[in-house]
Design a protein around this ligand. Structure first.
Ligand code: 5AD
Ligand code: SF4
Length: 444
């Protein structure tokens, strides 16, 4: 009988893609993948360390999984916590059998084998080997209609607050020809939407031109977008974009190709030049707003979303006011707000001038309410418009409503049945809620 592996994923889309990739490799090696943690022979936790709370979750889960005394299951920690903590995980949680770094996803079967051959505390924090498999089998994808396609791994930016350059290493871009092949295959399999993913997709810089030949554009990323659009994939989204590398040609490409979706996620992190400098982001608020101007002046209305950290060390009330001002100016479609979380090993962890927890909470709530008001107006503007929605699943609130995302990445609810799942439908928007839209399907 085949041995069963259960994978639980925390954190970002890159982790979801890594879990899919690990599952593909394990299945090729003869394992079965299961949704049941209890009956699995091997349990893998794919972890996130971007904020302290995410990191703590893993140790809670290890405790829960190991509450029975027999410890018959093999337990592996993979992802960012694994890469950063290395063998100290074995000390902190001695019932863990494997520590699998962020670039060891294709070598897990071999690690399990070593444990079964009698080794203990098996660890792999090495780089990816040359020619390792990037491809993911469709059966392991998180959705039968939407696929995550990594185009670049790692990060070279070293923003002072961020642990990612340490957990995921330097930027490595995939060759465009390989990405084009994967997307064409996904299209043939019936996928309706792909998300090109990476810590900074627009820093895409492959070692070879392969697959970009005859694709015009000002940067390798905008050329890749055109190559993606030419595959004929119905909907193409991409995230995350880094402001400093956000070339206006990205907007031009979106204007040229309707299948490049009308959504840009461009995290600003702060509206204060002083804080941006301390964060080592490499741009000022004015630089950022110039990018936003190009996005807002696009011939296609584009949805704009962002991330902001409140309570970075030394952030004063005046700095915070600058952030409020910028948020009011940008009229974001959605905003992810985070309280600064100190990450050991990052430059910002050395900074003294900490903002108190209560101050962080207070700023978080004030920013949230400013955004809520701005967002209400942005969302009201969608009422009366028609959006193209990929129906994904029944609503959790009602069996007669379907939920999906628009090309501009809004959650849209509309009356419909489960049989619509996987179809792209046109929805006339009739009502806006705080974080979602409601409408009626338009039948052609
Ligand atoms: N504290 C709080 N938020 C953080 N992020 C990254 N590092 C930290 C940190 N140390 C946020 C940033 C980033 C998002 C993915 O997570 O806003 O854009
Ligand atoms: Fe972290 Fe900055 Fe890299 Fe984003 S760009 S992953 S915030 S270091």
């Amino acid at each position: 009988m085949k041995q069963k592996v259960y994978i639980e994923t925390f954190g970002c889309q890159m982790n979801v893609a890594d879990s899919e990739r690990a599952a593909s490799g394990l299945r090729r090696a003869g394992y079965e993948l299961t949704d049941s943690c209890e009956t699995a022979d091997v349990v893998l936790l794919n972890t996130c360390s971007v904020r302290e709370r995410a990191e703590r979750k893993v140790f809670t889960r290890i405790g829960e999984i190991r509450k029975s005394a027999d410890h018959k299951q093999l337990l592996g920690v993979m992802g960012c916590v694994a890469q950063l903590e290395g063998d100290s995980i074995f000390k902190a949680a001695p019932t863990v059998d494997m520590v699998i770094g962020t670039r060891a996803t294709d070598r897990i079967a071999g690690m399990i084998q070593r444990l079964q051959d009698g080794e203990t505390a098996v660890m792999d924090l090495d780089e990816r080997a040359e020619g390792e498999f990037w491809d993911t089998s469709p059966v392991e994808r998180h959705s039968p209609y939407i696929a995550f396609v990594p185009i670049i791994e790692g990060c070279n930016k070293f923003c002072s607050f961020c642990i990612v350059p340490y957990s995921r290493g330097r930027e490595k871009s995939r060759i465009a020809a390989e990405i084009v092949d994967e997307v064409k295959r996904l299209k043939d399999l019936g996928y309706k939407e792909i998300h090109l993913i990476g810590q900074n997709v627009n820093s895409y810089r492959p070692k070879s031109e392969l697959g970009l030949e005859n694709r015009p554009g000002a940067t390798p990323f905008s050329r890749l977008l055109r190559a993606m659009a030419e595959t004929g994939m119905q909907r193409i989204k991409f995230t995350t974009s880094f402001p400093r590398d956000f070339h206006p040609d990205i907007v031009t490409a979106i204007e040229e190709y309707p299948n490049l979706c009308d959504w840009v996620h461009l995290p600003v992190q702060s509206g204060s030049d002083r804080v941006l400098k301390a964060m080592r982001r490499g741009y000022t608020a004015a630089d950022y707003l110039r990018r936003v101007d190009r996005i807002k002046s696009s011939s296609r209305p584009l949805s704009l979303t962002s991330d902001i950290i409140v309570g970075f060390p030394g952030e004063t009330e005046t700095d915070f006011q600058e952030t409020l001002k910028l948020v009011n100016q940008c009229q974001y479609d959605s905003l992810y707000i985070f309280k600064y979380s100190r990450r050991t090993g990052t430059p910002a962890a050395q900074l003294k001038d900490e903002v108190s927890e209560s101050e962080k909470t207070e700023r978080f709530l004030r920013l949230e309410s400013v955004q809520r008001e701005a967002q209400r107006i942005v969302f009201e503007n969608y009422v009366g418009r028609q959006l193209s929605v990929l129906a994904e699943r029944l609503s959790t609130r009602s069996d007669s409503d379907m939920v999906g995302h628009s090309t501009c990445h809004k959650v849209v609810n509309f009356r419909g049945e489960q049989s619509l799942a996987g179809q792209v439908v046109t929805v006339q928007i009739t009502k806006a809620k705080t974080n979602s839209l409601f409408g009626e399907q338009v039948r052609n």
